[in-house]
Design a protein around this ligand. Sequence first.
Ligand SMILES: Cc1ncc(COP(=O)(O)O)c(C=O)c1O
Length: 928
Amino acid sequence: MSPTPKAEARKGLSSYFSAAQARVDRWRTIHRIAKALAAGSTAAEGLRKDALDELAALGPIEELCAYPGPALMATLKERLQTGDWTAFARLAQRISVSLLSNSYRDDPEAWKSDDEGEAHTPEVLPPGIGRGQTRKPYFEVLVVTPGERSTWEATREGLRRLRRDTDAFVYEPVVVGSFEDAALAAIINYNIQAVVIFDGFAYPSQYAVPDLREILSAHVPAEATSETDLGTTLAKLLRNYRPELDVYLATDRDVGQLAGSDEAAPIRRVFYGLEEMLEIHLSILDGIAERYATPYFDNLKKYAQRPMGTFHALPVARGKSIFKSNWIRDMGDFYGINLFLAESSATTGGLDSLLEPTGNIKVAQEKAARALGGDRSFFVTNGTSTSNKIVHMALLNPGDIVLIDRDCHKSHHYGLVLAGAQPYYIDAFPLTQYSMYGSLAIRPIKEALLALKAEGKLDRAKMIVLTNCTFDGHVANTLQTMLECLAIKPDLIFLWDEAWFGFARFSPFLRRRTAMGAAAKIREMMRDPAYRERYNAFKASVGEIDPKNKKLLDTPLLPDPDKVRVRVWETDSVHKSMSSLRQGSIVVAADQDFHKIEPMFKEAFFTHTSTSPNLQIIASLDVARRQMELEGYELVQRAIQLAIEARADINSHPLISKYFRAATPAEMIPAQYRQSGYSDFGAPGWNMARTVKALDGDEFFLDPTRITVLCGNAGYDGTQFKALLANDYDIQINKTSRNSVLVQININNTRSDVAHLVKSLADMSRAIEKRLAEGGDKEKAIFEARVKSLVTDVPDLPNFSRFHDAFRDNPKSAANEGHMREAFYLAANPAACEYLKLNSKELDDRIRNGPEVVSAKFVIPYPPGFPILVPGQVITESTITFMRKLDVKEIHGYNAAMGLECLRPDALAALKGKPSADRPAKPVPVGA
Ligand SMILES: Cc1ncc(COP(=O)(O)O)c(C=O)c1O
C-alpha cells in the first residue's frame, strides 16, 4: 500500500515533520489490514502481501525505536507468516494503539504479545512501567556500537541487567551500528534522552531509504565522513541538534587527554573501553535526574507537607481562612488544598527569595539558562511586560539612544520612558493588505546606525530592541541582523523580545533563529580562525565602515572579531509557549559585560519585582524548564507538524479555501526577504536541504505554528470572526487584524483540536454558500461589497512621522531620536494639553495649516496593538486617516468623547532653550 497522495505531496520541512506521523500511519494501515484478515477477508493473500510491505517499509524506523522492539516485531511477523490472523490482529492493534497514544510509556500491557497477560519474554516489559505511585518515567538510550549485529541483543541485555528497583527512571536501549543511523535515531526517536557512543563504529547507514537519506542530508555536516573521528563528531552533531541529550563516550583512546580537550566539550562523561557498564548505567540515570530535578518546585512540595504554623501576613496560607470559612469554602474545593499548603510569604525554611536568590531559585535559574542557551536567566512573575522594563532600566541611562521597532510591544515604549532613553523609531515593513506590520528588516536598521555614525552619535546608540518572532510569526535572521549591526557598532546591545518564541529553542530548525542560538554562533565565529580570514577579506574589499558609502546598505557586513562584545538579551513569556502559569516570564542573557551592569540589573529587578512574588508562578517556571529539557523536542516537533498539517488542511479544502485561507510564507513575507524563494511549507521541489538553506539564509522565515487565517473573503472582519468562533464554535483565538485572525498551535494542541477548527471552517463555509445561494442578488451584492471593503479597500498603514522639534536636540538631524520622556511628563500637566476631536474640521485644518498637532499620549489601538502615536510625535494625515478607518472598540490612550489628547503649541514653545533632564550629560571624567 503506497502512501496517500497528500503524504506524497509533503516535502521538505513538512516531509520531515511527517516522518514520525508516517510511522504511526503505517501502523494504522497494518492494523486495518489485520482486522480485515481476522474478519475472514477473501483477499487474504493480497492483504498479507500488503502487510509485509508495510512492515518492510517500517523496518528501518523500528530499528531506531525500542518500542515495539525486536521481540514483538518478530512475533508479529511470525503470526503473519503462519496465518494466525486473530493473534496477528490482536498484536497489531495493541502496537498501533500504543504508538498512537504513547501508552507504552505507562502501560505494561503494551509490551505484552498476548492478551492473557503474560509477557512474551520477561525482558520485554521494562520494570517500573505502570501507572500511579509505582510509575517511573520512561525513556530510551541510544547505544552506538562497533559490534556485529549479532551482539546487539547481548548489549541490550547487558544494560537491562543493570536495572535496580531503586532506579528512579526506567529506560530501554536502542542499539545502532553506524554514524548515520545514530543521527537518524536522535532525529526521529523522541524518547531518546541519552546516547552512549562506543568508539570504532562505521559511518554509512545500512538503509537506503530515500526519505531518511533526505533527512540525513540536511542535518549531517559535510565534514562528517568516514575518515573523521566519528565518536566526537557524532557528539558534536548531537549537541547541535538536540543540546539537551546526555552524550557519553566509551573509547580506548587516551581518555585522560581526550576528556580535557575541546573535542570532548559536548560529552557529559568519557569512559575507558567497555569496563564501566555499571558506571555508564548510573551516569545515564544521574543525567536524567539532573534534568528532572526542579529545585524550587521540589522544595515547595516538601514545604507544603510540613505542619507549619504561620504567623505571617498571608491568611490563605495553609488554607485555614478558606476551609474553615462559612462563605468561601468553595474556593478551597475548586483549587484544592495543595495550592494553599504551598502558599507562603516565607523565603526561608526551604524556600528561597526571588529578589535575592541564593538557594533553590538560584539553581533553578541556572538550569533555565542552560535550557535556553544563555549564560544566566532571571525568573519574572509579572509577564514579559515586566521583563522588558527590567532590561531597559538595567541597561540604559538617560540620554542613551535606543533603536527600536516602532511596532514592538508597548512595554518597551514605556520602558524607554522610565529609563529616559531616546527612542530612534524604525518602521517594520508593512503588510497593508492584512492591516498588519511585518518585522524590522536589516536595511533600515543599518540606515539608522549609519545615520547616527555620520552625526557622531553612534557612541550613544546603546541598544536595539527587536521582536522575534512577531505576533504574526515573522522570524528574524537573528544571526545576520546581529552580525551586520555589530559591524557598525561592535558593542551594541540586543534586546530580542521573544515573548512568543521561547519554544523555538527546542526545535533544531528554529533554534538557529533565536537570540541565544545566534549569540552562541557569534561567539563561536569570533573565535574561529576561518571567520577571521573571512573578515580580513571583507575588510580588504570594503574598507572602513563609512556612512557616506551607500553600497554598505546592500553589502552584508561582517564585524571585527577583535572588537565585538557579545551582549544579547532575550525575554520570553514562558506562559505563552511553555507550561508555566500565566505571567511566568524569563529574562535570559548572554552578555560578556554582564559584570559591569550587574548592580544596575539588581536595581532594575528590585524596582519592578513585587516583594511578594507568586510562589506558584516561580514553581511553574521551574517545571516548564524540566518539561522542555525532557520532552521539548518531541512537543515542539509535534506542534510544528500539526501546524503544517492544519495549514494544508485549510488551503487544500475546496470549499473552505473559497472563503478562508491560511496565509503562506509567500503571502506573509515580501519576496525580497525570502531570498531563497521559499513559498510554503509543502511547496513542491523543496527538499530538506533546500529548506534548511532558506532557514539559514533568508532574511525572514515564517513560524509555521502561527497561522494567519484570512477571513475577509468570507465577509468577516477579524473581530467579528473571532466572536463567531468563540460564541458559536467554542474556539478561542488570540489576535485579529482587519481581515484575519491568528490561530496559534502550541505544545498543548492535538489533532482533535485541528479537526475541530477545520470542521468549524467547513460548517461556516457551507453556511455562507447556503446564504448566497438562497439570498438572491441582493445578498450577493451585499456580500461582495463587504468582501471588497475588507480585502481591497484597506487603509494604508501610518509610519512613524517624527518627534516635534521641541523634543529633538537637533531638528535638522537625519537621525530621528527624540526626548519622549519629556513629552510624556509634559502631558502630566493638564494646562499643557488640548483635545482635538478625531473627526473634526479643526483637526484637519491644524494638520494642513499648523500649528503642528503633537500627541500627548501613547495611542494604541487593539488591533494592531502597537502605538500608532507616541508622546511628542507629530500627528500627520496618514495617522488620522488610519484612525478614522479603524473600526476597533479598544484604543488605549484615546477617549473618543474627549478627542485626541495633544500637547498645546504654547506649551511646546515654552520648552525652547530649556535644559532637559534627558539631554545627554557631558560625561564627567572619573576622578576629575
Ligand atoms: C511581543 C510581545 N512582547 C511582550 C508581551 C508581553 O508579555 P506578557 O503578556 O508576558 O506580559 C507581549 C504580549 O502580548 C508581546 O506580544
